[in-house]
Design a protein around this ligand. Structure first.
Ligand SMILES: Cc1cc2nc3c(=O)[nH]c(=O)nc-3n(C[C@H](O)[C@H](O)[C@H](O)COP(=O)(O)OP(=O)(O)OC[C@H]3O[C@@H](n4cnc5c(N)ncnc54)[C@H](O)[C@@H]3O)c2cc1C
Length: 263
């Protein structure tokens, strides 16, 4: 468990808030790049103390549930957007948080509210989990698919792939202002999809794009590797589409990063 405090929080794009956190502890965080993720623990309310579960080995869930409900920290999963060593011997980490909204247009979700209101010095903690992206050594091409929740992960993967990697990336975002220039290998084609209908289920347009593209090519090379994350239907149906097109399940990493409430 790594302790840190908020340094600053800035609006990165219409749908993203970048929270930068720092702490002496973070100097020991062994960032492996790509989509390296962690469990983020926040106080249950602004100004409340941060009571943390005792972690032993991989076990943290039972001790977490054992914390009295009114003291139990908010816990959610996030990607390391960047990690920088500081001159003082510590480290700074960026966390890019999607600002999602309820039906009245107010920012919803414990982390999204925290990110948009976080003040310097407020405490948090992180439990390191490592990357999910793990293509076999014989991988020919990679196919990355996500909605906005997996943009930090896909951005990290594209940044850290070897320069001769080939493949495709389909990235759905809510707003044209969320589209960004990505550092990537020259042979990875990136398709951005902007969700013009704000009432549409996030990820549905990316899923349609995957289904259309596998239908167009007919067959995916069984030595490719796919990484399909985001809203849970995008993850499960996206995996189904690439598997039906010939990619073995063992070469598809899929993960429902969150669940749309209408499902
Ligand atoms: C490995 C991994 C890495 C992740 N990395 C990131 C990351 O770097 N940045 C990031 O923003 N998210 C990331 N996520 C997704 C994030 O964990 C979820 O979106 C989480 O639910 C957000 O927590 P919250 O406290 O804001 O909302 P919650 O309290 O969990 O949910 C409150 C409400 O908001 C809805 N909701 C949650 N997320 C979204 C969303 N993205 N869009 C619309 N509605 C939503 C829920 O359906 C629910 O109705 C990652 C998930 C995983 C598994």
């Amino acid at each position: 468990m790594f302790s840190a405090t908020v340094v600053r929080s800035v609006r990165l794009a219409p749908s993203f808030q970048r929270v930068t956190v720092a702490g002496a502890d973070l100097a020991d965080f062994e960032w492996r790049g790509f989509d390296h993720w962690f469990r983020l623990f926040l106080p249950p309310a602004p100004g409340a103390p941060l009571v943390l579960p005792r972690v032993s080995g991989r076990s943290w869930w039972k001790p977490y549930l054992a914390i009295a409900e009114h003291e139990r920290p908010h816990c959610s999963n996030y990607t390391v957007a960047a990690l920088r060593r500081t001159a003082e011997g510590g480290a700074e980490m960026d966390i890019d948080v999607v600002l999602h909204h309820d039906s009245e247009g107010a920012i919803a979700g414990g982390v999204a509210i925290w990110a948009s209101t976080a003040t310097a010095g407020s405490p948090l903690a992180m439990l390191d989990q490592g990357p999910l992206f793990d293509p076999p050594a014989d991988t020919r091409a990679v196919h990355l698919v996500t909605d906005e929740s997996g943009l930090p992960a896909v951005r990290g993967i594209l940044r850290d792939l070897s320069a001769d990697a080939a493949g495709t990336a389909i990235i759905e975002v809510p707003s044209p202002g969320d589209v960004e220039e990505l550092t990537r290998p020259a042979d990875v084609d990136v398709t951005w999809i902007v969700r013009h209908d704000q009432t549409a289920v996030p990820g549905a347009a990316a899923l349609a794009a995957v289904q259309t593209s596998v239908a167009a090519v007919g067959r995916v090379d069984p030595l490719d590797y796919a990484f399909v994350v985001g809203e849970s239907t995008l993850a499960t149906e996206g995996r189904r589409a690439v598997h039906r097109a010939g990619l073995p399940k063992s070469r598809i990493l899929f993960s429902g990063f969150w669940k749309h409430e209408g499902h």
